[in-house]
Each structure stands twice: as structure tokens, then as C-alpha cells.
Design a protein around this ligand. Structure first.
Ligand code: SF4
Ligand code: SF4
Length: 347
């Protein structure tokens, strides 16, 4: 795994970062094993979030035998106020069992009012600033799914790193945010390199991003085979050929006008349907257990809520990508019912 020196923070990081969200779904032993395997493959950049339940704790245990100075630990808080953010920083340090965190981010700063809120006098940012002065964190970053919010944050001087969705399906907003970060000398981390689970072709997805200067992709890892495949792509990286470009175009056409960026602008729905979650159904059906998909959990609940869509159209008016949400709701419900019937028939 090659390394790159980030321009603003000066951190020397692996070309690909380990994303710590999916390890919540596996047991501690497997999580520790997959983190260690990733480190042994040359990854030194690990990202998680205070809100990802057991993730920080698993990472803390996995890194215990590795020299701390060789690791770049990144995590984030969803807190919006000073007090909660400070509590989260202390908790992250405890869970990682470390004296400092390399990058601490404000997590999912969803829209401009939230950006204003975290930057207020007693907002979460002030806790990060204080922790940085005290040496508890080294760099301050921000993550967002909101295009305008990320652009606004990228123009500010207070953030050193930006985490934003970027992949070859939803590439225009990522390109714009990356360009704004480059102008302002902010390090750019790409989340959702596999389109949030919509893309199957890891080779194309990672070669697309790794060929763009200044982009460090983070990938959520659950199995050793996943990180082995991605590390191999990075180790033998080649430029995209005309054939690759054609294949990218074919995949983008196939996904067509149904690609949800999960920006949440369509919410709230008067029927409380969690539209972005419903639009991620394919990923749940591919990666989650039958119990998680067809049991009494959030997936089944969301699909049931979607059956009650009144077709009021409020969501479609708000979606900046003009997605045909009402039609997609019906398709997702039908997809779920088919998958459930097949599972019950033992197929
Ligand atoms: S449906 Fe549209 S507005 Fe809602 S999360 Fe998806 S892309 Fe964003
Ligand atoms: S059209 Fe359906 S999903 Fe969209 S806001 Fe109305 S009830 Fe909710």
C-alpha cells in the first residue's frame, strides 16, 4: 500500500483509509482480526465515529500492539454543542486507549443551519478547538453529505480535512467540493467510494478515485477478503483506459435516474418514511442477514411505512436530484416483498 502526505495536515497516510462503520455488525474477535489484517496490508489510516457503537472500542483493542506514531486515527462526533462534543472527545480517547487523536471531525454536518450551530460560541467546534490546543486532537475536520454545506465548509479556514461522498456515479458534487478544498488547501477524504453499496466493481470504483490527485478514499470493511481485494487494486494501480471509461458510462446509465445520494433533503416525510434508508434497500438485502432484513428491525419497519406513502409529492419537490421517489418507493417495496418471499421459500 502506497502512502501520500496530506497537504494541509502534513499527515503521511495510506492511499486508502479503513472505514470503521461495518465492524459494528460483526463480533469483537472478527473485528479485531480484520482491523489487524488491514494494518498488516499497509493501511495506517483508520476512521470511525463516536456514534458507531462498539467501533471505537474494537479499534482501540486492535491497535494496542502497534506503535501509535505509525497510526493515523480519525473519528467524529455528531454533537452540536460544546459540552457533548467534549464528552465525546474524552470517550473516544478512552475507547482508543490513546493520548491523542489525529483527526477529529464534526460528523454529518447536514445543512447550513447545522453548520452555523456547530460554529456558534458554545457550539461543538469550540470543544474541538480547545481539545486541539490541549494536544488531545491534532487536526479538525468536518464530514457532510450536503453539497452546499460541504462547499460552504470548504471555503472556511477552520477545517483542515473534509469528508464527502465521491464516486463515479455521483461525481459532479464531489468534483466541486474537491476543487473548493484544493483552493483552500483542505485535505479531501472520499466516502462512499462504492456508491454506498450500489457498485459491485471495486476495481473500477477505486481506480477511478485513486487516479484523482488529492483524493483519499475511505472504505467500510467487514471481511479480510474485501480489504485484500482493495489493497491489491491500489498496489497495482493503473490509469483508466477507454474501455474502463466505457464501462463506467454503461454502469452509470444502468443505475440511471435512480441513484440516491442519501443527502436527506427530501425529509421530513409526513408519513415518517425514511426515504434515504428505503433507497438503500439493495445494499441491506445484499449485505445484511435475513434476520436484519426480514425480522422486526428498521428495514422491515421502513418498508411497511413506505406502503403508506400517500404520493403527496413533497419529497420529490425537495430532492435536488429530481429522483422519482414515489415510483422508487413502489419499486423498493416490490423488491423487498420478492426477496422476502424467496427467502421464505428457501431460495
Ligand atoms: S431521495 Fe433525493 S433528497 Fe432524498 S436522500 Fe435521496 S438524493 Fe437526497
Ligand atoms: S410522496 Fe410519499 S414518501 Fe414522499 S413525502 Fe409524500 S408520503 Fe412521504
Amino acid at each position: 500500500m502506497h502512502k501520500v502526505t496530506l497537504k494541509r495536515s502534513g499527515l503521511n497516510v495510506s492511499r486508502i483509509g479503513f472505514g470503521g462503520l461495518p465492524i459494528q455488525r460483526i463480533d469483537e474477535e472478527k473485528a479485531i482480526a480484520v482491523i489487524k489484517h488491514s494494518l498488516d496490508l499497509g493501511i495506517n489510516l483508520i476512521d470511525t465515529a463516536n456514534g458507531y457503537t462498539v467501533s471505537e472500542g474494537y479499534i482501540g483493542k486492535a491497535i494496542a500492539d502497534y506503535p501509535r506514531e505509525r497510526l493515523i486515527l480519525a473519528t467524529k462526533t455528531r454533537a452540536r454543542d460544546y459540552k457533548t462534543a467534549m464528552e465525546h472527545i474524552k470517550l473516544s480517547l478512552e475507547r482508543f486507549n490513546t493520548g491523542y487523536i489525529d483527526i477529529y471531525m464534526l460528523h454529518n454536518v447536514s445543512d447550513l443551519p447545522v453548520l452555523d450551530q456547530v460554529l456558534e460560541k458554545d457550539g461543538a467546534f469550540s470543544a474541538l478547538e480547545e481539545a486541539k490546543k490541549a494536544g488531545l486532537i491534532r487536526h479538525i475536520g468536518v464530514s457532510s453529505h450536503g453539497h452546499q454545506t460541504a462547499l460552504a465548509a470548504a471555503k472556511m479556514d477552520c477545517f483542515e480535512t473534509m469528508m464527502y461522498p465521491y464516486n463515479f456515479v455521483a461525481h459532479e458534487p464531489g468534483e466541486e467540493v474537491l476543487a473548493a478544498c484544493n483552493v483552500n488547501n483542505i485535505d479531501f477524504f472520499a466516502m462512499k467510494p462504492m456508491g454506498g453499496g450500489r457498485l459491485d466493481n471495486a476495481n473500477l470504483a477505486f481506480r477511478f478515485l485513486l487516479n484523482i490527485p488529492g483524493v483519499v478514499p475511505f472504505v467500510g470493511i467487514e471481511k479480510p477478503s474485501e480489504i485484500e481485494e482493495i489493497a491489491e487494486i491500489e498496489n497495482s494501480l493503473t490509469s483508466l483506459t477507454k474501455k474502463d471509461q466505457n464501462e463506467i458510462e454503461r454502469i452509470v446509465d444502468e443505475i440511471g435516474d435512480r441513484f440516491c445520494r442519501r443527502c436527506r433533503y427530501c425529509l421530513p416525510c409526513p408519513e415518517d418514511i425514511i426515504i434515504p434508508l428505503l433507497n438503500n434497500l439493495v445494499t441491506f438485502l445484499r449485505h445484511d442477514s435475513a434476520e436484519q432484513c426480514f425480522g422486526q428491525g428498521i428495514v422491515a419497519k421502513t418498508v411497511d411505512m413506505a406502503r403508506g406513502c400517500t404520493e403527496c409529492g413533497e419529497c420529490e419537490e425537495r430532492c435536488p436530484y429530481d429522483l422519482p421517489i414515489i415510483e422508487m418507493n413502489k419499486e423498493n417495496v416490490a423488491l423487498y416483498d420478492k426477496a422476502k418471499a424467496e427467502y421464505e421459500r428457501g431460495l
